[in-house]
Structures are given as structure tokens and as C-alpha cells.
Design a protein around this ligand. Structure first.
Ligand SMILES: NCc1[nH]cc(CCC(=O)O)c1CC(=O)O
Length: 239
């Protein structure tokens, strides 16, 4: 079994944020890739990601994040059955009020490049296609959504965002749960790069992009542009 490295524990950061901004809602990513020398989201043995062994670790991670003040835990690992296991683990430790934002339709995407560069989490072998979804497959998202809802997810997420607006709409039409869209690192980088070259107007293109997420059905938008967009919207009297 390949090693899980004891680094990048987010708990101290959760605590710091909660102490300084007690009203802030803290949402944390549950997955093993930042801790794995293989860059995979699960425990690896002989080149295989072990689903159930991984879930056990994810439960411990989710409980430790909740203990450190997370209000929402967001499993991004895409292992089967993890939402129910995490729900049970949180409940049994008394964290019944901690919500689960499930990465429900997370695609095996090339758009995660800058995030993996930042975390040094590019897969050490193979790819993530055995657990993340096939970009060519739209219907699987509906199966995943039904399972996650049944397992106790409070919100469902689609990721990446812009190239998957059809999936956001399909989930919105098929689920009563809030739908979140993740505007991921590669999408952000593309916009930034084009803006740097003077090819696009940053404010216009970003606000249009975020509006399109909303039009597609997103109730929640996760974007690296959040702070900037909030400032622009405030300046324009939009909220
Ligand atoms: N569990 C890993 C994780 N959590 C969020 C992202 C990507 C986020 C982004 O690109 O902004 C990834 C990358 C991956 O699956 O390899």
C-alpha cells in the first residue's frame, strides 16, 4: 500500500478562519490526493484505488474537518458509497448539523491542471478515469445524483463548470437538492490568460460566465473569481 503523507492538514486553517470570522461558512474538500505520494484520491494498492479502504480514511478526514469547525464537508474523491459513510461518521460523532456538498458529477477532466500543479497532485500513474466520470457520458450524472441524494447528500455539485452546463441543467431538472457548479482552476486560468493578453474584458467575461452558470440552473457557484465578482457586483449595486 502506498503511503499517505501526514502533511497539509487543513484543521489549523479552519480554526483560524472560525476564530477571526465566526459567521463565515467554512466548506472543506474531503479527499486523499494532497496527502498521497501518488496524487490519487484514494488509497492505492498494486495500481488499484481501493474503494472501501479509502472511504474509511475519508470518514476520518471529514470528522476531523468538522471537529475543526467545517460547516460543510465536500467529498471530491468520487469513491462509491462515501456520502452515506461520511454522513454516518459525522452523525455518530455528534456533527449532525454539518452538511455534505457532494461532488456528484465530477468529470475526469483536463481542466484541473493548475490545481494539480499547485498541490503537486498530478496522478503518479494512470489517470482518474476509474473513479471520475467520462466527459462523453452525460447520463451517468443522473445515476450518481440519485445515489448521492439517497445516501444523504445535502447539495450536489457539477465539476468542471463551463463545459458541463448541460449537466447542471439536467441535475437541476431531476433533483430537488440545491445544485452547485465548480468553475475550476483551468477555466479560471483560461480567462486570466486571455485577459492578460488583452483578448477579453475581464469584468464583462467573468460576470457573463457566472450569469450563465445561474441560467443553466446553478444555485451555488464555486469560483476563484468569487471575491472579485462580489466586489464588481457591489460596485454596480447588484446586491
Ligand atoms: N480531489 C481532488 C480535487 N479537488 C478539487 C480539484 C480540482 C479543482 C480545480 O481544478 O479547481 C481536484 C483535482 C482532481 O480531481 O485531480
Amino acid at each position: 500500500m502506498r503511503g499517505i503523507q501526514p502533511r497539509r492538514n487543513c484543521s489549523p486553517f479552519n480554526r483560524m478562519i472560525k476564530e477571526k470570522y465566526p459567521d463565515a461558512i467554512v466548506c472543506t474538500d474531503v479527499a486523499l490526493d494532497p496527502y498521497s505520494d501518488q496524487g490519487h484520491d484514494g488509497v492505492v494498492e498494486d495500481g488499484v484505488i481501493l474503494n472501501d479502504v479509502t472511504i474509511n480514511q475519508l470518514c476520518k478526514q471529514a470528522v476531523s474537518q468538522a471537529r475543526a469547525g467545517a460547516d460543510i464537508v465536500a467529498p471530491s474523491d468520487m469513491q462509491d458509497g462515501r456520502v452515506k459513510a461520511i454522513r454516518d461518521a459525522l452523525d455518530s460523532e455528534g456533527f449532525t448539523n454539518v452538511s455534505i456538498l457532494s461532488y456528484t458529477a465530477k468529470y475526469a477532466s483536463a481542466y484541473y491542471g493548475p490545481f494539480r500543479d499547485a498541490l503537486d497532485s498530478h496522478p503518479g500513474f494512470g489517470d482518474k478515469k476509474t473513479y471520475q466520470q467520462d466527459p462523453a457520458n452525460g447520463r451517468e450524472a443522473l445515476i450518481e445524483a440519485a445515489l448521492d441524494a439517497q445516501e444523504g447528500a445535502d447539495m450536489l455539485m457539477v465539476k468542471p463548470g463551463m463545459p458541463y452546463l448541460d449537466i447542471i441543467r439536467r441535475l437541476k431538472d431531476n433533483s430537488d437538492l440545491p445544485i452547485a457548479a465548480y468553475h475550476v482552476s483551468g477555466e479560471y486560468a483560461m480567462l486570466k490568460a486571455a485577459v492578460e493578453r488583452g483578448w477579453l474584458d475581464e469584468k464583462d467575461v467573468v460576470l457573463e460566465t457566472l450569469t450563465c452558470f445561474k441560467r443553466a440552473g446553478a444555485d451555488i457557484i464555486l469560483t476563484y473569481y468569487a471575491k472579485q465578482a462580489a466586489q464588481w457586483m457591489k460596485e454596480d449595486g447588484l446586491y
